[in-house]
Design a binder for this molecule. Structure first.
Ligand SMILES: Nc1ncnc2c1ncn2[C@@H]1O[C@H](COP(=O)(O)OP(=O)(O)OP(=O)(O)O)[C@@H](O)[C@H]1O
Ligand SMILES: [Mg+2]
Length: 255
């Protein structure tokens, strides 16, 4: 994997020309994310979390302000395959096997900028799916499909992972075990992670830092640094203190 990279947003605003009037989705976002850190974005539905991720991915241009990744425009990082993306839909190709889906990014890129020579089979092992290499996506459970998507993200070899509630549609147990796997992979490869979630306890369990957005137009109303040692125990008082801090920021913002 390439060296980890920082993300910088400077006075970023996003607007959409919605009927009957212009809609401001994000305003005055100033944010510097340290290389290799795990940062969660939390906030109520419609506050602009996905919009923020799309701006960082270079899939949208901001109405105002600037987004820089390692000092460069997101589009150039995207072209260099430095950005991995995961969302609620695993978006696997149904006619390709699990292994072929994981191999796809490298075939498309036709180069191996990623993951220090780790092969697709090894990536499947990292997400505990080696026995399903020859299976087709429709024969897998939702959690298994997201594991394949995780392996595919690894295969890209990206140093920035943008993750928009990728495990939101899964049951709580599967979700917890997948986030534990994700954490282990992050500790192994140290990408910079931007993680969107509605689940505040999950954000505290995973993150170095939690950014709280206000209701639309989303602006930053909380920035909570979490210094608890991992693995974090959600029953301990220190964990609950951080959780209350995040909740208070959200409630203060009217979410
Ligand atoms: N392409 C678009 N065109 C017009 N309006 C948009 C567009 N994308 C997002 N919006 C609006 O911007 C606001 C923020 O949307 P966004 O999807 O970023 O919210 P979110 O925080 O991700 O919500 P959720 O938690 O429900 O996923 C919403 O009011 C939405 O209607
Ligand atoms: Mg969203």
């Amino acid at each position: 994997m390439s060296p980890t990279i920082d993300v910088q947003l400077t006075d970023v605003w996003q607007e959409f020309p919605a009927y009957p009037s212009r809609l401001t989705a994000l305003r005055e976002i100033d944010l510097t994310i340290a290389p290799g850190s795990f940062v969660s974005i939390v906030g109520g539905s419609g506050c602009g979390k996905s919009t923020l991720l799309q701006l960082v991915a270079g899939l949208q241009m901001p109405a105002r302000g600037e987004v820089r990744i390692a000092g460069k425009r997101p589009s150039s990082l995207r072209k260099a395959k430095q950005i991995g993306w995961m969302s609620q839909q695993a978006a696997l190709l149904p006619w390709r096997t699990v292994l072929e889906n994981v191999q796809l990014p490298r075939q498309v890129n036709r180069r191996t900028n990623g993951t220090d020579g780790i092969g697709a089979q090894d990536m499947l092992k990292l997400v505990n799916l080696q026995e399903f290499a020859a299976a087709y996506p429709h024969t897998l459970s939702g959690g298994m499909q997201q594991r394949v998507a995780l392996a595919r993200t690894l295969a890209v070899g990206a140093s920035l992972w943008l993750m928009d509630e990728p495990f939101a549609s899964l049951d709580e147990l599967t979700r917890e075990s997948l986030t534990n796997e994700l954490l282990a992979l992050w500790q192994q490869f140290h990408p910079t992670v931007l993680w969107v979630t509605h689940n505040l306890a999950e954000a505290v369990r995973l993150s170095d830092r939690i950014i709280v957005l206000s209701p639309r137009p989303g602006r930053i109303v909380g920035d909570v640094h979490v210094s608890l040692a991992r693995r974090r125990d959600d029953t301990c008082e220190a964990f609950q203190v951080v959780l209350r801090q995040v909740r208070t920021s959200l409630q203060g913002a009217g979410s």
